[in-house]
Write a protein that binds this ligand. Structure first.
Ligand SMILES: Cc1cc2nc3c(=O)[nH]c(=O)nc-3n(C[C@H](O)[C@H](O)[C@H](O)COP(=O)(O)O)c2cc1C
Length: 354
């Protein structure tokens, strides 16, 4: 299947291959026995993989990062493939198309993806209709953002709108302040601009019976001082954690020929070129907050070794996207296996994903 998707990606573009994979997962979602079968083949369940974070029990620490299941359509089959949690989104208030296609390019020489999708979203109403049936047994995060046409001074209204409408359906929220795939970038970097977004969310949460953790998803392109500022915000406010990092617009030492990069155009790069920087960012946050807050490490985790290094740097949980595209449907399960102590037998238990 991976080879077929790579062939489609080469012939018709990376976004078509992605759409096809989502379509196949949607079919899988409609056939409970198929999902059960996927779970039996790919998911790895073992007590040693479980993590208690934010008062929730994660079956394993490997999550699907935002951007893959943008509209909450395939989180159940992703869970069946062995992901311990799924972050849907970025969800914006109103539907928006994003940038013109083509806008996603695989860079195989770098085991990377360049994208300038520009937050294509069907809007929160469609997402609510996709997820309202519930997600028993699956931890579902939601990454939220503002519509591109919304000016930065009104950003907080957009975030609050998505947050309050999805609040009852979602286990944790990831606040995307790292949208940076084109020249039309939106990255609030000051305490004031971040708090303008977060304060209304904290206020809304205070009035609710259920507590939903709020995390900030940050860009690897922030300066180290800006990363310290984000960490201090986490320590000083009711923010629950940080997701580090999004894709980079400043990739270094790419092997992809200049000509191909030129053809692809501007965009943010994820995958291998990001590994060192995302680990460095997580380590910096961890040291500054003395390991007292959960950090979700994401960016260029392509092997079990990468995941271990990310956890050693201080990540409590991790997420992957590009590694899944390059390594195929067994990726989450394989990463889980690599985290097990060698003497621990891999036990597969009954499926509770349907
Ligand atoms: C095609 C594509 C689309 C993405 N879309 C989003 C998005 O909508 N929101 C977001 O917060 N991150 C998005 N990301 C970033 C990923 O969630 C992740 O932070 C980044 O790719 C680094 O992880 P990776 O190297 O494992 O891919 C996207 C990444 C890719 C490759």
């Amino acid at each position: 299947m991976r080879n077929i998707l790579h062939l489609i990606s080469r012939l018709f573009g990376a976004e078509r291959a992605h759409s096809l994979s989502v379509w196949l997962l949607r079919i899988a979602d409609k056939i409970p026995t198929f999902k059960w079968f996927l779970h039996k083949i790919y998911a790895v369940e073992n007590k040693a993989l479980e993590r208690e974070v934010f008062g929730m029990r994660f079956p394993n620490p490997i999550g699907m990062a935002a951007g893959y299941d943008r509209n909450g359509e395939v989180y159940r089959p992703l869970s069946a493939l062995g992901f311990g949690f799924v972050e849907i989104g970025t969800v914006t208030p109103r539907p928006q198309q994003g940038n013109p296609k083509p806008r996603v390019f695989n860079l195989p020489e770098d085991k990377a993806i360049l994208n300038r999708i520009g937050l294509a979203s069907k809007g929160f109403e469609t997402v609510v209709s996709n997820i309202r049936k519930g997600h028993e047994g699956i931890i579902l995060g939601c990454n939220i953002g503002k519509n591109t046409v919304t000016p930065p001074e009104d950003a907080a209204i957009d975030y609050l709108r998505v947050f309050r409408n999805l609040y009852q359906y979602i286990d944790y929220f990831s606040i995307n302040v790292s949208y940076n795939t084109t020249h039309k970038q939106y990255i609030p970097r000051t305490r004031e601009s971040i708090m303008n977004i977060l304060d209304p969310l904290f206020d809304f949460r205070r009035g609710q019976n259920q507590y939903r953790p709020i995390l900030l998803k940050i860009s690897p392109d922030l300066t180290n001082e800006e990363i310290d500022l984000m960490t201090d915000i986490m320590v000083d406010t009711p923010l629950d954690g940080i997701i580090a990092t999004n894709a980079t617009t400043l990739p270094e030492g790419l092997n992809t020929p200049q000509e191909e990069l030129h053809k692809a155009g501007v965009g943010a790069v994820s995958g291998t070129p990001l590994t060192e920087r995302s680990i460095e960012v997580v380590r910096r946050i961890y040291e500054r907050c003395h390991g007292t807050y959960p950090i979700i490490g994401v960016g260029g985790l392509m092997t079990g070794e990468d995941v271990k290094r990310m956890m050693e740097a201080g990540a409590t949980l991790v997420q992957v996207y590009t590694g899944f595209v390059y390594n195929g449907v067994g990726f989450a399960g394989n990463l889980c296996k690599s985290l097990l102590p060698t003497e621990t037998p891999v036990t597969e238990t009954t499926d509770n994903q349907q």
